[in-house]
Design a protein. Structure first.
Length: 587
């Protein structure tokens, strides 16, 4: 083993005789890198260069921040009167000449009304002419989502009794505030012994309209039997859940004897907000054509047709015409028509036409605030997680896939997103022929709107998230063809129903209109829905067979989810052809 040779220390010395640290060995002939760096730092161009780069980064960062539309997080108070002070909090409000302005129920305060304006908080005096409505923050980069403000001066006072004999009268609502889906008890008189045509109506705010929520009866949303909102009904007491789409404002009871007085009720915030920012008014017609090829003796043909679905996003529904007169006009949103003693060679048509308003649905949900259980809505959870004729959520492949995709996730909202992303990454569009086979679609991973919606709904239910399919149409302007379509909704406790359209999220070719460069279809159709979707049924709708010996039929690819579509009795051979929804006008 060679020994290291001891050599004298050859540390370089400077002109003053002191050692020079980190100097290169003598005779190396190369300038050290450290010296080059020191030379660059000491050069005249270094500092200006750093300053320029820093300014460029600052400009880029500033433009990125200031170019964003305002984000409204909260307003305080949510109820008040003109001349009160309103505090608006959020982000990207801007400052100075770029400062955002507040709009309250469509009213813009004067510059003198602003007490303070910063990038994250605005303090403003509520103008005298302000009604109840949505509060927005607006600047040159766009408009925030809206939050509801109630003008207490416009909240009706409770009367001492019904204004006319027999009219419903609301004495008290307990509790006076609750979240969507929570139970409340309405006490009073003259409600009727059973629901029948009666209903409980809550305030609803859509678009940017002003006015007191509840004064305009078109701006109300009903508690719905199909959503299991009603828990108990008697002449003096109603137990009902706060329905999806309800807002703080007036609550009243409507019966065949008239409308009750209005009582103020506050809807508490849940995991986020739901808004209805855009509206289209449609005039539509649809029906069924019948051709009889053989018939003799007594016979009957029963046809079930869904009506335009009443929902927070589909309102002010007016029946324009129906021919012939139905046997049952409205049973759970379905009309029943009966054609009697048909003759060979006879042709008939059953149809309806409606005028209604359709709104866009937009949601903003904070996943961290979503409850992980459904303890508050056990009946709804049981119904919308069970398998039915359209959604085979108990299928082993659906259960296995849901388990593998969601793994250990417990949050229902995040489960729904994981399953949505899985669908869009694994499935591809293919035109459906014949009877759609949902179970087979888990293997083929192909299908049209029906299979996309049915598979996604089955996965949601199998993972413990209440969900339902929606059947209807994609509609455009008058004289444009409509498309039969299916999509989904899943339920969050304390929030309500969240719309999802997996096919439109995956396939741009079927978009009813261009969403615009600011919207991405994959992101938009998870939690939002445009105003071009027309819903005829939500979830499987069970209808009763009219005759135990009748022949029942449910045709494939019909865009409504009825347990029975047709039933015939006697010696009757016939064929039916669906007259798809036609848009006669938009307004």
């Amino acid at each position: 083993m060679a020994l290291e040779e001891n050599t004298p220390d050859k540390t370089a010395q400077g002109p003053d005789g002191q050692p020079v640290l980190n100097a290169p060995p003598a005779g190396d002939g190369e300038e050290p890198q450290e010296s080059r760096f020191q030379r660059i730092v000491n050069s005249k161009s270094f500092i200006p260069t750093v300053v320029v780069i820093g300014l460029l980064l600052l400009v880029l960062l500033t433009s990125r921040l200031t170019g964003r539309p305002p984000v409204l997080e909260r307003i305080s108070p949510t109820t008040g009167r003109p001349s009160d002070i309103l505090v608006v909090e959020g982000n990207y409000f801007g400052t100075g000449k770029d400062a955002a302005e507040v709009r309250i129920s469509g009213i813009s305060p004067t510059s003198k009304a602003y007490k303070s304006r910063t990038n994250r908080r605005i303090i403003v005096e509520i103008p005298e002419e302000t009604g109840s409505g949505l509060v927005y923050v607006v600047n040159k980069n766009g408009k925030s989502d809206g939050q509801l403000f109630i003008n207490l001066d416009q909240v009706p006072q409770v009367l001492s009794g019904p204004s006319r004999p027999g009219e419903p009268y609301v004495r008290v609502i307990e509790p006076q505030a609750a979240k969507i889906g929570e139970k409340i008890v309405i006490r009073g008189m003259n409600f009727g012994l059973e629901i029948r045509a009666s209903r409980v109506q809550f305030a609803w705010v859509g678009g940017t309209q002003g006015g007191s929520a509840g004064e305009d009866y078109s701006q109300l949303v009903d508690a719905r039997v199909s959503d299991l909102d009603y828990l108990n009904w008697s002449d003096s007491e109603i137990t009902v859940r706060v329905p999806d789409g309800a807002s703080s404002g007036n609550v009243l009871v409507t019966s065949d004897k008239g409308r009750s007085n209005s009582v103020y009720f506050e809807v508490l915030g849940g995991a986020g907000t739901k808004s209805y920012p855009k509206k289209r008014t449609y005039s539509v017609q649809y029906g069924v054509h019948v051709a009889v090829s053989a018939a003799s003796g007594d016979n009957q043909l029963y046809l079930w047709l869904p009506r335009i679905q009443e929902a927070p996003e589909q309102k002010n529904i007016r029946l324009v015409n129906q021919d012939p007169k139905p046997l049952l006009a409205d049973v759970g949103g379905v009309s029943l028509f009966a054609l009697t003693n048909l003759q060979k060679g006879q042709k008939a048509r059953v149809g309806m036409s409606f005028l209604f308003d359709r709104y866009r649905v937009e949601t903003q949900i904070a996943a961290a605030r979503v409850p992980v259980t459904y303890d508050g809505v056990p009946e709804l959870f049981k119904k919308f997680t069970a398998a039915d004729d359209f959604v085979p959520s108990g299928n082993p492949k659906a259960v296995q896939t849901a388990k593998s995709v969601t793994e250990w996730e417990r949050n229902p909202y995040l489960k729904a997103r994981l399953l949505y992303d899985w669908m869009l990454s694994k499935f591809s569009y293919a035109r459906s022929e014949g009877v759609p086979d949902v179970a087979a679609a888990f293997d083929s991973r192909k299908g049209g709107a029906y299979l996309y919606a049915a598979v996604y709904c089955a996965l949601l239910r199998a993972s413990g998230v209440p969900a339902r399919m929606v059947g209807g149409y994609l509609a455009g302007d008058a004289n444009q063809p409509t498309q039969r379509h299916f999509w989904d909704e899943f339920y969050l406790d304390g929030f309500g129903w969240v719309p999802v359209d997996p096919l439109l999220g995956d396939e741009k070719q079927f978009l009813p209109v261009a969403l615009g460069p600011e919207l991405d279809n994959r992101e938009f159709y998870f939690g939002n829905l445009d105003e071009y979707h027309v819903a005829l049924t939500k979830g499987s709708v069970a209808v009763s067979q009219m005759n135990p010996e009748g022949k029942v039929l449910r045709r494939p690819n019909i865009p409504y989810l009825l347990s029975i579509q047709e039933e015939s009795t006697g010696n009757l051979t016939y064929a039916t052809a669906l007259q798809d929804l036609e848009v006669q006008g938009t307004y």
